[in-house]
Write a protein that binds this ligand. Structure first.
Ligand SMILES: *Cc1c(COP(=O)(O)O)cnc(C)c1O
Length: 228
């Protein structure tokens, strides 16, 4: 078996174990394979091992790969910071965008979503630990932004995403993930169609799943370390 297939098997097992440990079903958790900086051939290998959802951070890099892999039925997620001059490309190429953090971006994605495609599924990226260096809306701004976005027809709000501050201690991670879960539940009271809480990466997926993540974004554990 090839590395990517073995790694995918391990990650799926870890998701199952983490889910079981907190009384959840692994079926509630989507595995997103983060393929940024990795070649299309690696994505093809992952697909052959049963993976269909892929995450990319850079619009132009993704454009080449998406083109090269057109023959496969893949679901593409944009998870990187969004510059407004890239929204047209993103809304044309992707099925999901996890990193919406201001109305201007949501509005542009809405206007630019091609008419022959289903509405674009979007998540609001939350800066849950209030880090100066990080993109994302502050927790208090999530509901007001969700209300503004709810009026748009070509984007569909599906939930929240977070990249918590780096924490080597599981307790700290748990606290950030737990805060995200509370916020997600609040949003769902007003927007019941929100069903996706995107949190957890290679180093912290167990903590994220324990706190209610419904989608984990895994790069390194599947494709190996990135050189850049
Ligand atoms: C790169 C990236 C990931 C994957 O990180 P790994 O540690 O390689 O699993 C997940 N989410 C976002 C937003 C990323 O940029």
């Amino acid at each position: 078996m090839r590395n990517i297939e073995i790694n995918l098997g391990r990650v799926r097992d870890e998701i199952k174990l983490s889910a079981k440990a907190c009384g959840r079903s692994a079926d509630e958790i989507t595995l997103l394979a983060v393929s940024k900086t990795k070649p299309a051939a690696d994505i093809r290998s992952a697909y052959q091992a049963g993976q269909t959802d892929f995450g990319e951070n850079y619009a132009q890099e993704a454009e080449h790969k998406i083109h090269e892999l057109q023959d496969l039925q893949l679901t593409w997620h944009f998870i990187g910071p969004i510059q407004s001059n890239k929204t047209r490309l993103i809304s044309r190429l992707f099925d999901w965008v996890h990193s919406v953090d201001r109305f201007k971006i949501a509005h542009r994605l809405d206007e630019q979503r091609p008419a022959d495609k289903a509405p674009l599924d979007i998540l609001l990226q939350v800066n849950i630990d209030d880090e100066a260096s990080k993109s994302g809306v502050n927790a208090e701004q999530v509901l007001p932004l969700a209300r503004q976005i709810a009026d748009l027809k070509r984007v569909r709000l599906r939930g929240l995403m977070a990249i918590p501050a780096f924490a080597s201690e599981t307790d700290q991670q748990q606290a950030s993930f737990a805060a995200m879960k509370r916020l997600f539940d609040q949003v769902r009271q007003e927007f019941p169609e929100c069903d996706t809480l995107s949190m957890g990466m290679s180093g912290d997926m167990q903590a994220a799943i324990a706190q209610g993540s419904t989608l984990v974004r895994i790069g390194t554990a599947i494709f190996g370390a990135r050189d850049k």
